[in-house]
Design a binder for this molecule. Structure first.
Ligand code: UDX
Length: 447
């Protein structure tokens, strides 16, 4: 058993974690209930796009330090550390859906029932404060017949990695938070992570509930910065002569503010920020506190898509029979993830009003799963730029920065095109044929 680890849930956090541990010399059992996913990984295919991860998965499988399986029992029985990385998606009512984590907790309890050695459960899935003790721990105790803090250890270790830079973030985390309620769990987890990362890593040790809160607060703060700069961008839209990027640069040069997460855009999406903010709001209300600030951050984010729709109706008039090309459906660049992508929300609003054509370098297959035949898909950028009345840049893919006015004019036989650039990537000059509107850049439009 030694330092063996089981990682349950091989999504983006779990697979990156399992692979990283395995390549650092830990025997890892990677578990997922999705058979197709397990088969894909066994064949060295990462079931989602994450730069460089496929290389490290291959290395971990070849060395046989990573074994992937469907069933958690063998792994859990033979591991000292059990990491829970299953999804905690948003339910209809904005609450967090704890179905998977509850099931996994019961299964872990059943699996450790007869294990004589001390094992430590490490929760990495993002959960509302209180969930590790009140749900996960209690389920494990119930099905294992064991006592937490005595027969097994438990901790909450939040994950801060971002999609698109998961490998880098995992290798060099800006911080590690260890939430435990007893010394034995803390020492076990700390020793394990020290073995992986070595000394000198910035570690914050706290209680389980504080660690759970840190994860929510971290994501809420990132969302705050984005909604704040989007608010400034919206103000710029009404103030001729202003440019949100210049404002952001000036703000960011103040070390008390910091220059990251100040890029205005169509609003934040992805599998974490929207879900976690929503879960946090519900959680605050349940404690009896009305989180006015958090609700405003969420409201600003939801409004960004309306602002894009307003630009379209103001500039195009009716959308009927208009051809609109949307560049980018992934929620950000370097991923094929479209979960909570603002672009997907925009397509939903537009598809019954206009002819919608979409392009994305990585996320088109995922987009097709949602919209089927109801919209058109351009696998080449040239196609997406052709025969359109309007072009909306939604995702900040590097290749979109290279788009020229000449390309648009040539591909549209000099027909007038409205270009709405939500990420300010192309910075076009004003011409007779192209109307360029960049969110938050008000140097020559909105006069
Ligand atoms: C986020 C957190 O950053 C990460 O720490 C946590 O572990 C998981 O959630 P991720 O979902 O990968 O990571 O995306 P992130 O890079 O945070 O971007 C989220 C959204 O905000 C994207 O839609 C992105 O385009 C948008 N964003 C980000 C902006 O609009 N402006 C910015 O300046 C930064």
């Amino acid at each position: 058993m030694a330092n063996n680890a089981t990682v349950i849930g091989l999504g983006f956090v779990g697979l990156t974690t399992a692979t990283f541990f395995a390549n650092r010399g830990i025997k890892v059992y990677g578990i997922d209930s999705d058979i197709e996913r397990i088969e894909a990984i066994k064949e060295n295919r990462v079931p989602f796009f994450e730069p460089k991860l496929d290389h490290f998965v291959k290395k971990a499988l070849l060395s046989q330090m990573l074994i992937v399986k469907n069933d958690l029992y063998d792994g859990v029985k033979n591991s000292k550390f059990i990491f829970i990385c299953v999804g905690t998606p948003m339910a209809q009512d904005g609450k967090v859906d704890l179905t998977s984590i509850t099931k996994v907790s019961k299964d872990i309890g059943t699996a450790i029932n007869n294990v004589k050695k001390y094992q430590v459960i490490c929760v990495k899935s993002t959960v509302p404060p209180g969930t590790t003790e009140n749900t996960i721990l209690t389920k494990i105790e119930k099905t294992s017949g064991k006592r937490a803090y005595k027969d097994f250890g438990i901790g909450f270790i939040p994950e801060f990695l971002s999609e698109g830079s998961a490998v880098k973030d995992m290798t060099k985390p800006h911080k590690i938070v260890i939430g435990t309620n007893d010394t034995k769990s803390l020492l076990s987890i700390d020793n394990f992570l020290m073995k992986i990362y070595g000394m000198g890593i910035h570690t914050i040790k706290t209680s389980i509930i504080s660690a759970e809160l840190i994860k929510y607060a971290n994501n809420a703060f990132l969302a705050t910065k984005i909604s704040f700069i989007n608010t400034i961008a919206n103000i710029c839209n009404h103030l001729p002569g202003t440019d949100v990027d210049v404002v952001a640069k000036a703000l960011g040069s103040d070390p008390r503010i910091g220059n990251q997460f100040l890029v205005a855009g169509p609003g934040y999406g992805g599998s974490c920020l929207p879900k976690d903010l929503s879960g946090f709001i519900v959680c605050c209300k349940e404690t009896g506190y009305e989180p006015i600030l958090l609700k405003a951050i969420e409201a600003v984010n939801k409004d960004q898509v309306i602002i894009i729709m307003d630009i379209l109706s103001k500039r195009l008039g009716t959308l009927k029979d208009k051809s609109i090309s949307i560049l980018g459906t992934a929620f950000k660049k370097n991923t094929d993830d479209i979960r909570e992508s603002v672009s997907i929300n925009l397509i939903r609003k537009l598809k019954n009003l206009a002819n919608v054509n979409v392009h994305d370098p990585k996320a088109l297959d995922n987009t097709r799963k949602i919209f089927g035949h109801s919209i058109k898909y351009s696998y080449s950028l040239k196609d997406a730029l052709s025969d359109c009345d309007c072009l909306i840049i939604m995702t900040e893919w590097d290749e979109y920065k290279e788009i020229t006015q000449k390309q648009i004019l040539e591909n549209n036989k000099n027909r007038p095109v409205l270009v709405v650039d939500t990420r300010r990537l192309v910075n076009f000059k004003k011409t007779n044929k192209i109307v360029y509107v960049a969110l938050g850049k008000n140097t020559f439009v909105y006069k």
